[in-house]
Design a protein around this ligand. Structure first.
Ligand code: G3I
Length: 350
């Protein structure tokens, strides 16, 4: 009798065990990509986008969609691209980037509204009174920001208004309107899209130096005047020969945070030219620069985004600007991950 009961119990166990779901749940592996890892730290991870590459290079488009969740138009949203004539606005190329970004659940950094470069001839060669140029700037900002309202909610409102020695850039905006052109630009951008996060964006001011001190004073004054500035973009165009110290970048981010401002690293690339060490060693140093700057962003909770100025050495602005070959980005020209990519992954995993 006892044997029969045991046999029944064993049979019942086997029936239940076979029917039960497996003890180890099916492991759903989330792909290890820059964007999925960055999300665990609640920061955006992005890149500038070269529209020609996006439209003609399939590997570029797929890598972009796979790895990044915020994009900045490298050129197609600048003044000369969208406002080529006084009463003509051309948004087709920028619209294409916005469509791609929305299709891949990416945010967009609008870049940029007011700058002394990338100006169309009718501005550069024009002769305007202060009121005329204010009206032109207002029309540009309202038209562009309104066109992308609810699609672009991060804007580089004013780009590079301060010189290396901490003085105001002698731009047409500064010369004709005066130093208050920045306040007007931010107020109008806010009026055109009250939900947008409005940034002042600049290079060479990531750590603590004369320029970052001047920018600190500039944005502090804007806040005191009630100007709706949300944050400062630290472009981070650097090199293996003169990268800012991680602690200096943290200190600069923290003093801006004390003012109530957020920060984003907005245009990082790391030049390797001008260095005679073997390429492998240069790429290793480059990898440390990328991970050090990412570590600085992760160390300061007001740092919201880590954005590079491109992601493959196949398309970088630097050789054209410096007339020298370079390899400043995290993928090589064949889209193979470089040590810099690996170091960013490791930094995000830690
Ligand atoms: O599209 C025209 C093309 O039709 C023409 O044949 C060609 C030759 O003149 O020029 C092309 O436009 C060039 C454009 O890049 C697109 O390639 C402009 O001349 C050239 O000046 C422009 O350079 C861009 C530069 O900003 C100035 O707008 C770079 O690609 C871009 O990487 C660089 O990005 C800036 C950020 O916006 C601000 N921070 C610094 C960063 C690096 O300078």
């Amino acid at each position: 009798m006892k044997r029969k009961i045991l046999a029944v119990i064993l049979l019942l166990y086997l029936l239940v065990a076979c029917a039960a779901p497996s003890a180890t749940k099916a492991v759903v592996r989330v792909p290890t990509t820059l964007r999925t890892l960055a999300q665990t730290h609640h920061i955006l991870l992005g890149t500038a986008v070269n529209m020609d590459a996006l439209q003609h290079d399939a590997a570029y488009a797929s890598t972009l969609a796979h790895e990044f969740d915020v994009v900045t138009p490298e050129n197609v949203m600048k003044f000369d691209a969208v406002h080529p004539e006084k009463d003509i606005f051309t948004f087709a190329k920028a619209d294409a980037l916005v469509a791609f970004a929305k299709a891949h659940d990416m945010q967009i950094r609008g870049h940029n509204l007011v700058w002394y470069q990338a100006l169309p001839k009718w501005i550069e060669n024009g002769s305007f009174t202060r009121d005329q140029l204010l009206a032109i700037m207002k029309d540009h900002i309202f038209t562009v920001v309104a066109h992308y309202r609810n699609q672009v909610n991060i804007w580089d409102v004013v780009n590079e208004a301060v010189t290396e020695d901490g003085k105001m850039q002698n731009s047409i905006w500064y010369r004709v309107i005066g130093p208050d052109y920045l306040d007007w630009a931010f107020r109008w951008a806010h009026e055109a899209n009250p939900q947008a996060h409005l940034f002042y964006n600049d290079y060479g001011a990531e750590g603590t130096n004369a320029k970052s001190d001047a920018i600190y004073a500039l944005v502090k004054g804007m806040l005191q005047r009630g100007v709706p500035i949300y944050g400062v973009g630290l472009q981070m165009h650097t090199s293996i020969l003169n990268a800012p110290a991680e602690q200096a970048v943290i200190a600069n981010m923290q003093r801006l945070a004390v003012l109530g401002l957020k920060v984003q690293i907005t245009e990082m690339d790391v030049q390797i030219q001008g260095d005679t060490r073997p390429m492998a060693q240069r790429f290793s140093v480059q990898a440390h620069v990328y991970s050090d700057m990412l570590a600085a962003c992760l160390a300061v909770k007001t740092c919201e985004a880590f954005v590079m100025w491109g992601f493959t050495d196949r398309y970088t602005w630097i050789p054209g600007a410096t007339k020298h070959s370079d390899a400043p980005l995290i993928f090589d020209t064949a889209y193979h991950a470089k040590p810099a990519y690996i170091s960013i992954i490791h930094e995000l995993k830690n």
